[in-house]
Design a binder for this molecule. Structure first.
Ligand SMILES: Nc1ncnc2c1ncn2[C@@H]1O[C@H](COP(=O)(O)OP(=O)(O)O)[C@@H](O)[C@H]1O
Ligand SMILES: [Mg+2]
Length: 314
């Protein structure tokens, strides 16, 4: 197959831990041709969505992991599959790229994850579809509602809906002397929606990343354990990733969400689960392949490329 990966600049990817690099290596070793383009290389011209694509050949050396091998301007529909692996921010340019990708789908391109579904899923608010797995949670703009929730729950986490990597996550207790200022800053005086969620002490055992590939769970998740003195488990916030088998509850969540999400064209999803509760449904550019693969020997990238092959054949 000819595969096009839409990525951040290749030199910005850290090959020793990058999920997209693992995917590209697995694709090459299964005989596929890998091409890449940046978000800025996407364009709609003369009625068709195209990209300035560079053919890449991967090496096994993490320090020097690719060779460029020619450029070509091609329509997205001319590839066997297009993989949107650009990292957020999920800003208006990101949304614009999904509009272009939706246009490409109308021209016959196969794009994963499906651009319409990416656009429809806010990674935090998506839990609202699965309330049986969700800890007490409020999404609101009005500061008085947020305060009432803090009064009722006593110990909560406040999150912005439009950032990731542990950015702008506040733990607030009812008696926190700064709570008024935190609510003011987060909700911008009622102009911005905020998620307030009961604080889950099980975070000490990690924020579990469960990967779903075409709706099927990878058998090991990655528990991201916050570093000492930190309340956020994100690897970007210094958390340590420990691979572990899925618990019964993890499997239950995966089995309910998997088929529904896969049916929307979400080939790769990263669920975040703290204790027994679903906290996020990540669809933009889920990661953790390398950590799980290195610690368990399970070939996550191979599973992904096989699932992609099956989709393209179908
Ligand atoms: N309800 C919660 N209870 C305890 N900690 C939480 C809760 N929600 C989030 N956190 C902490 O914040 C981190 C990031 O939260 P998350 O909702 O996954 O947002 P993002 O990863 O997009 O920044 C988690 O790894 C966890 O440490
Ligand atoms: Mg998260």
């Amino acid at each position: 197959m000819n595969l096009l990966f839409i990525i951040d600049p290749p030199d910005s990817l850290k090959a020793y831990k990058d999920t997209t690099v693992s995917m590209m290596r697995a694709a090459q070793s299964r005989g596929h041709a890998v091409h890449v383009c940046g978000q800025s290389g996407l364009a709609w011209h003369d009625g068709s969505v195209g990209a300035q694509a560079t053919r890449l050949r991967m090496t096994d050396n993490d320090e020097d992991w690719y060779r460029g091998d020619g450029h070509a301007q091609r329509s997205l529909a001319s590839f066997d599959a297009v993989l949107m692996r650009k990292d957020p921010p999920f800003d208006l340019e990101y949304v614009t790229s999904t509009w272009l990708l939706s246009a490409a789908v109308r021209e016959g391109a196969r794009v994963f994850n499906a651009p319409d579904a990416i656009r429809d899923h806010n990674e935090k608010l998506a839990i609202a579809e699965f309330p049986r797995f969700v800890a007490p949670t409020l999404v609101a703009r009005e500061p008085q509602r947020l305060h009432a929730f803090i009064d009722a729950q006593r110990d909560v986490v406040l999150k912005r809906l439009d950032v990731m990597g542990g950015e702008n996550i506040f733990r607030v207790r009812a008696d926190d002397p700064n709570r008024n200022v935190i609510v003011e800053l987060m909700a911008q005086g009622g102009a911005r929606s905020v998620m307030a969620q009961r604080y889950l002490p099980e975070i000490r055992d990690g924020d579990k990343r469960i990967l779903l590939i075409d709706g099927k769970p990878v058998p090991h998740c990655l528990a991201r354990i916050p570093k000492a003195g930190e309340s956020r488990g994100n690897l970007a916030a210094g958390g340590t990733g420990v691979a572990q088998p899925l618990s019964r509850r993890d499997r239950e969540i995966a089995e309910v969400l998997g088929p529904q999400l896969a049916a929307r064209g979400l080939l790769l999803v990263g669920l975040d689960v703290i204790g027994d509760f679903l906290t996020e449904v990540n669809v933009t550019s889920p990661t953790c392949f390398r950590e799980i693969q290195d610690q368990t020997g399970f070939d996550v990238a191979g599973m992904f490329v096989q699932a992609l092959e099956a989709k393209v054949k179908a």
